[in-house]
Design a protein. Structure first.
Length: 221
């Protein structure tokens, strides 16, 4: 499973990228707004830090506008994957950008039928939003299951499933069990994946016992 981090906070990305665990980054207009920074500067800095796809989202809503914006975002770096919404116009833009050799992330996917259309339009990845479905009382993970099932029925659909709108570690585990290709995870959830109370108490006990020995691995006893 590949891990992307879902943020436009460059300092967070810098810190997380030191683990070597980041395979990519996703941003969206809301995350850029939250950063209070220029979209091109943010994308350029992220591309310098992470050696993988960095999603930057268009804000036009018509095909030609999306294509023009997508090309402009892609000028920042080869790593920029252009994000377009899963609308009829977005699907048309996806096809054109894909034919131009630009990677496309089709976002705001809420049904398996939408995912199939994105795949047929040449999406590199499709982003189903699990948390937002859970928020309205639907089963976000059931959607991931359905998309995996359908994509596996048709080998010609090579689009990867990028699980988005992840809220907690159980979403990541469930996505991995289903066999989703990528999870884009908020920084705090990514950190939570590495923590366990028994790890903390276990380490504390080891260090207490070690102190009693009076030894020092790097120095004299
Ligand atoms: C994915 O690319 C989106 O940026 C993101 O996962 C949306 O998550 P949210 O529902 O928490 O805003």
């Amino acid at each position: 499973m590949k891990f992307y981090v879902d943020t436009a906070d460059v300092e967070e990305i810098r810190e997380l990228s030191e683990t070597g665990l980041l395979d990519g980054v996703t941003t969206n207009p809301s995350l850029i707004a939250k950063s209070n920074r220029n979209v091109f500067e943010v994308l350029a800095e992220i591309c310098d830090l992470v050696d993988g796809p960095v999603s930057g989202e268009v804000t036009a809503t018509d095909r030609d506008g999306m294509v023009t914006e997508g090309r402009r975002l892609h000028e920042v770096s080869e790593n920029v994957m252009v994000k377009v919404p899963l609308t009829w116009e977005g699907l048309k833009a996806c096809r054109i950008l894909n034919q131009a050799g630009i990677q496309v992330n089709v976002t705001l996917c809420f049904s398996a039928n939408q995912a199939v259309l994105a795949a047929k339009a040449g999406a590199t990845v499709v982003s189903p939003f699990v948390g937002r479905l859970d928020d309205i009382g639907q089963d976000g993970m059931a959607l991931i299951h359905d998309i995996r099932l359908v994509f596996d029925n048709y080998q010609e659909l090579s689009t990867e499933i990028l699980v988005a709108s992840i809220r907690h570690p159980m979403h990541v585990l469930e996505a991995a069990k289903i066999g989703a290709d990528i999870c884009t995870v908020p920084p705090q959830v990514l950190r939570a994946l590495a923590t366990h109370p028994l790890t903390d108490t276990g380490l504390e006990a080891f260090l207490e016992d070690w102190k009693k020995t009076g030894q020092n691995i790097l120095g004299e006893t």
